[in-house]
Write a protein of this length. Structure first.
Length: 202
């Protein structure tokens, strides 16, 4: 290591990571975010929605690190899959949102939703860390907000939605998902984000 080189500050390290992420994701985002998870809003309540999601298919990976680090580490292999790094070299458009949830302490599951029918065959990944998962869809509560990708911001919104669900007497049935809708180069204040929590509706 060059002893005369100044040590990067945490802020500069984050800038470097973000720039690397921007570089590898530019082509994937060229036609990105034109397709989204399909759902119907069934009820609008105090600051959140209840939605009925259609079944969908995702490719996912478990990644280590804090929330932001895990998401960044997961991005390259996920982009690789939709860019043709699978057993059929098949390419897929990128869709919105990018989903992330806690898998274990210090580990997160990050998912890209694939633009395919729920029963459509999907090739296996070349990267053994990746899995193709078929989801049943169903009822979710959703709270929408804007802002930079910060674990603190997403935690605050998750806790807010959980409090609103508790006040409304709505039971949750699984862990919260963070949902990011915009590319990393979009200004932070303009990024659309959501927290999704599966719920039981009578």
């Amino acid at each position: 290591m060059d002893a005369t080189r100044p040590e990067r500050s945490p802020a500069r390290q984050l800038d470097h990571s973000s720039q690397k992420l921007l570089t590898i994701s530019t082509s994937a985002y060229t036609q990105a975010m034109t397709q989204k998870l399909r759902y119907q809003v069934t009820q609008v309540l105090d600051g959140f929605e209840l939605r009925d999601y259609e079944p969908f298919v995702s490719v996912e990976i478990e990644s280590a690190g804090d929330w932001l680090t895990a998401g960044n580490r997961a991005f390259q292999p996920l982009v690789g899959f939709i860019s043709g790094q699978n057993q059929e070299t098949k390419k897929y458009a990128m869709t919105a949102p990018v989903l992330q949830t806690d898998a274990a302490p210090g580990r997160h599951t990050v998912s890209f939703v694939l633009p395919v029918r729920p029963d459509e065959p999907v090739p296996e990944a070349i990267d053994s860390r990746l899995s193709v998962i078929r989801h049943d869809g169903g009822a979710y509560a959703a709270i929408s907000f804007r802002g930079r990708w910060s674990e603190t911001l997403f935690d605050e919104q998750r806790e807010l939605l959980q409090a609103k669900l508790k006040a409304a007497g709505i039971k949750t049935t699984g862990p919260a998902l963070t949902a990011r809708y915009d590319p990393p180069w979009k200004p932070g204040f303009a990024r659309s984000n959501e927290i999704l929590i599966p719920v039981a509706l009578q």
